[in-house]
Structures are given as C-alpha cells and as structure tokens.
Design a protein around this ligand. Structure first.
Ligand SMILES: [Zn+2]
Length: 344
C-alpha cells in the first residue's frame, strides 16, 4: 500500500512536469490504459461531456470530493464501497475493477482500511494513473489534533475532524494540479467546506465535553474510534480489534463486562457496518451481573448513511455519532444535532 501512495505522489510531480512539457498522453498512457490519463479537456470535451472521472473507495472521500468539485462541470465522482458495507472485508467486484480502469484519478484511504482492495489498486492503479492514499498523506503532513496519538495500523483518521480538514487539503491539491483551469473554484470550495468542518469540530468538542467526566467512556463493536477519542476526550474500547477481520477473544469480552459493571457505564454502541453480536454479548454479560447497560444508537464507523440523506454526508455522519454518543452518555446536546439537520 505504501508503495502505491509514493508512486501516486511521484506521479503527481511527474504529471505536473510532463504537462508543462506537453508530454502527458505519451508519458502516462500505458499500453492497456492509453488515453485514460489524458489531461482534462484534451479529448471529448464537447459541451456537457465528461472531461474526467474520479474514483474514491469510501464515502468519507467521495463526499468531500463532490463538495470540492461542486460547480466544476464535466467531472464524474464514483464511490466504490457503498453504504452499510464494511471496507475491511470488501472484496472488489468486477464493476470496481472496471471503474478503476476507467478512472483518471483514484483516491483511497489506505493504512490497510480497504483490506482486499489493495491488490486491485496495485494492479489497476499503480503504474498507469495517479492513485492517492489520502489518510497516509494526512499522517505525513501532520497538523491535526490527534496527530501525536497516531497509531500504526489504524486507518480510521476521518473520526478526527481536524484530520479530515487536512484530507481536504490533500484532495484539493491533487485536483487543482490535475485541473488547473478550475483551480480557483476547487480551492474556494475546499476553503468553504473546511470552515464548515471547523464548526463541526468545535461542536464535537463541546458536545463530548458536556458528558459527565466519569462517563466519558465509549465502547463500540470494533476499534474504529481511537482518533475520535483522542480528538474529543473519550476513553475508547472496541470489542473487536482495529480491523473487523479480527475476532474478539472471550477473555477480552469478560474484561470489558467487568469494566462496564464496575464503572456503571450507561451505554454501549453497535455500528451500522459491523455485526452487533459482540455488543449484545457485552450487554448480556453486564445484565447477568446486575447492571443494565443500554444499547446506544448505531454509529457510522467505516461507512456513512444512505446517499441523499444528511447522515449520508461526512458532516452528517460525524454529527450523528457525536450527538448520539453525547446524549446516551449523559451529555447535553441539541435534539437535532449540530445545525438541526439530524434525522429524528
Ligand atoms: Zn474499521
């Protein structure tokens, strides 16, 4: 995975240089993918036509890409892994492979989030088109709140909104370099979107800060909330590991049951893209020892809500999580969340 990201960044500088020298199509079009990396507007640029296609693996990248590209005509953004699907265990489909082969730019999270997708990205992306591991680039750039608590092998950076502000910089830099004629719009959109993210980040801090201190403990189905906890001040425990591919051990579960009972933790949280079996087992275990722990609302961890809904956006996803967590753990939050848009 690392190799691809470096290749992507290397390709970018090569791309910019080659573009200046007018060499793009020759230099980047491999035998199989000839022309798919052609500069935007260099072919098929009739009124209303598609100038280029951007492919992203997950919604947490596709949604910001759409925001940044708003008003830039002739660009198609395709998301490969849909709502409710666990990216750790996603097996690439034939459509994924076709979309990747057709893409002019490919963005993925990296840090091994897209488990089995890695091979396909290497096969279709590596040598022939700019391919970017966005979270890996965010780690490299730094400048986000939880950066000092970066954890090797944990891909869930989007949970820290300040990290995703940096991710928007990464996306905007690539897009502006690829489509220089629309740089002004791209940069303007990115700045505006980042301002909204900063407001969301402030809301998350206030909301979590309103939870009584002893109850700032977040227990979820899998270990996706480390950066969330680091950014907003919660102690975090995932019943399963960082990847949903790992099973939770019985001993781990019993240790968590003891903790929930002893500390009288009021709620635990299932996730939309992960089986809630382990969360239910935890609840049963606590009940058997005389402590009733509520199953909090389902959190969006590695997958957003339905397309076209508020929780189907990155902002809505985080708002949903923050508001549900804060409320279930005894915090004080507005009924409909950060700007009153949360679905009841
Ligand atoms: Zn995950």
């Amino acid at each position: 995975m690392k190799r691809i990201s470096r290749c992507g960044i290397g390709l970018l500088s090569f791309w910019v240089g080659a573009q200046r020298r007018g060499l793009v199509a020759v230099a980047l079009g491999g035998a199989v993918f000839a022309g798919s990396c052609a500069a935007p507007g260099s072919g098929g640029d009739e009124e209303g036509g598609v100038r280029y296609e951007v492919v992203a693996t997950v919604g947490m990248l596709a949604d910001p890409l759409r925001e940044i590209l708003s008003g830039v005509e002739g660009v198609v953004v395709t998301q490969l892994i849909g709502e409710g699907v666990d990216p750790h265990g996603h097996t690439p489909t034939r459509q994924d492979v076709i979309a990747l082969q057709r893409a002019n730019l490919v963005f993925y999270n990296g840090l091994l989030l897209e488990g089995r997708m890695g091979d396909v990205l290497a096969r279709t992306g590596g040598g022939s088109r700019p391919t970017y591991a966005v979270a890996e680039e965010v780690v490299g750039r730094g400048g986000w709140r939880g950066a000092e608590r970066f954890r090797e092998g944990d891909p869930h950076l989007w949970m820290d909104v300040s990290a995703w502000v940096v991710a928007v910089d990464v996306l905007a830099d690539v897009l502006a370099g690829f489509d220089p004629d629309h740089e002004e719009t791209i940069r303007g959109n990115a700045r505006e979107y980042q301002e909204g993210l900063s407001d969301l980040d402030a809301y998350a801090r206030t909301a979590v800060g309103s939870i009584p201190e002893a109850q700032r403990v977040l227990i979820t189905a899998h270990d996706a909330f480390h950066y969330f906890g680091a950014a907003y001040g919660l102690e975090v425990h995932g019943i399963q590991g960082v990847s949903t591919e790992s099973e939770s051990g019985l001993r781990d579960l019993e240790a968590l049951v003891s903790m929930v009972v002893e500390r009288r933790i009021p709620a635990v949280f299932p996730e939309t893209s992960v089986s809630d079996r382990s969360v239910r087992a935890l609840q049963e275990g606590a009940r058997a020892r005389g402590h009733e722990v509520v199953i909090g609302g389902r959190l969006f961890s590695d997958s957003m809500g339905q397309p076209g809904t508020y929780s189907g956006t990155y902002v809505g996803m985080i708002d949903h999580n923050v508001t549900i967590i804060a409320r279930a753990l005894g915090g004080d939050v507005p009924e409909r969340g950060f700007q009153g848009r949360l679905e009841p």
